[in-house]
Design a protein around this ligand. Structure first.
Ligand code: PMP
Length: 431
């Protein structure tokens, strides 16, 4: 296959480690609703939503209008040294939605920067640089966050300043406790947490950071209650709980507004990004006031919480609340999960179907076992694309198909995606 001119130029000047999907990568040039169109004029139903950046779909009038009103003032940004009305309004709204008592919010430009800030806060507050993280996790691409990412494929440096220890719990399908019941699994992971604390730390750990559902890790979903049992142990030692809600926030999991709510515990710190801007670059940290205010020196983000990003994000949060997109995610998530379980029952390359709401993973395995099958995932990715559906890939072994459409998904679009996925999985099943 000949590489397009743009691809050749991309490869010449952009880093080798910047991954591109598809043997023949696509360039998206326009989009509307849940559909994107590429430079060849082909339209796709988007079931990855730009890795969940697109919470409510493309070209939504309410969002475009909010951004345009800001553009019309002539102020894209001046400085976060001045008051920004939309930043204050959005912070008030997010603090309220967080359910964290006495919450304060700091805005960043990405999830990475949000997690870096969470690490800064937790380590300063606790005066410790020891962090507990989950095996198979992903928290970002900067120096501190690669250091706590528990997936070697996404941890570009081992020279991080953070002292990290990893615990079991996030990735159940292939782990040593996979065969246990939910309660047995939670008890085994809690024992592991105690053991890791006892044997690999000096006890005065700053925080445990966790994704309620592991995103890059293949939408790996621990049983509800795992983090409640972890929190009890953390509280015995004064260790903070940080919930990385970069993928799981804003109602995407259907049953709850925040992923951590499924465990019945409130974290001390939450981080967010991706969907909240519906495509604009915005992220942030929410923390109890005393934790947020523990920094003694100044710390500014030049662009974090700028007028355009906060106007777009405020309109996005208003939209998803007014249209009950969490309810839609719950309803269509259930439909997709049951359709995928039916497909999975017909193909033994489907090892696991998991997830919540509009965050669903399909783990592909070698026939007759549980050995990872990354070529099958690549094939499903290409086969869905050729049938007009964009999906994601992930997991420790790159063998998990990830589905995360915009939360405005319709019933018809869900059925269409199920049909295409059924065909693509059949094509990849070479028995
Ligand atoms: N945390 C999680 C759970 C993520 O999935 C990601 C991005 N994949 C990040 C943090 C980092 O976000 P960003 O790419 O915006 O820096």
């Amino acid at each position: 296959m000949t590489e397009s001119d743009l691809l050749r130029r991309h490869r010449a000047v952009l880093p080798n480690w910047l991954a591109l999907y598809y043997s023949d990568p696509i360039e998206i040039v326009s989009a509307r609703g849940r559909h994107v169109t590429d430079s060849q004029g082909r339209t796709y139903l988007d079931f990855f939503a730009g890795i969940l950046t697109n919470a409510i779909g493309y070209d939504v009038a309410e969002i475009s209008d909010a951004i345009r009103r800001q553009l019309d003032t002539g102020v894209l940004h001046t400085s976060t040294l001045y008051l920004i009305r939309k930043q204050v309004e959005l912070a008030e709204q997010i603090a309220e939605l967080s359910g964290i008592a006495d919450a304060k919010v700091f805005f960043t430009n990405s999830g990475t920067e949000a997690n870096e800030t969470a690490l800064l806060l937790a380590t300063q507050y606790r005066r410790s640089n020891q962090i507990l993280a989950m095996r198979n996790s992903y928290h970002g691409r900067a120096f501190g966050t690669v250091g706590i990412t528990g997936n070697r494929g996404w941890s570009a440096s081992s020279l991080s300043p953070v002292k990290v220890s990893y615990v079991h719990g996030g990735y159940r399908y292939r782990g040593p406790f996979a065969h246990l019941s939910d309660d047995g699994y939670i008890a085994a992971c809690a024992d592991d947490l105690r053991d890791v604390l006892q044997t690999t730390t000096s006890g005065d750990v700053a925080a445990l950071i966790a994704e309620p559902i592991q995103g890059v890790g293949g939408f790996s979903t621990p049983p509800d209650g795992l983090f409640a049992s972890f929190k009890e142990i953390l509280d015995e030692h004064g260790i903070l709980l940080i919930s990385d809600e970069v993928q799981t926030g804003w109602g995407r999991t259907g049953e709850h507004f925040w992923g951590m709510d499924a465990h019945g515990v409130k974290p001390d710190i939450m981080t967010f990004a991706k969907g909240v801007g519906n495509g604009l670059a915005i992220g942030g940290v929410i923390a109890r006031g005393e934790i947020m205010d523990c920094l003694q020196a100044n710390s500014i983000s030049t662009f974090g919480g700028n007028p355009v990003a906060t106007a777009g994000a405020k309109a996005t949060v208003d939209y998803l609340l007014e249209h009950d997109l969490q309810g839609n995610a719950a309803k269509l998530g259930d439909r997709l999960l049951s359709g995928l379980h039916e497909i999975g029952a017909r193909h033994d390359i489907v090892g696991d179907v998991r997830g919540k709401g509009l965050m669903i993973g399909i783990e592909l395995v070698r026939p007759g076992g549980t050995e990872p099958n990354p070529p099958a995932a690549t094939e499903v990715l290409e086969e869905t694309r050729s049938r007009g559906l964009l999906v994601g890939k992930g997991g420790l072994y790159n063998n998990v198909i990830r589905l995360a459409p915009p939360m405005t998904l319709t019933d018809d679009e869900a059925e269409q995606a199920l049909d295409i996925l059924g065909e693509a999985i059949t094509a990849a099943d070479h028995r």
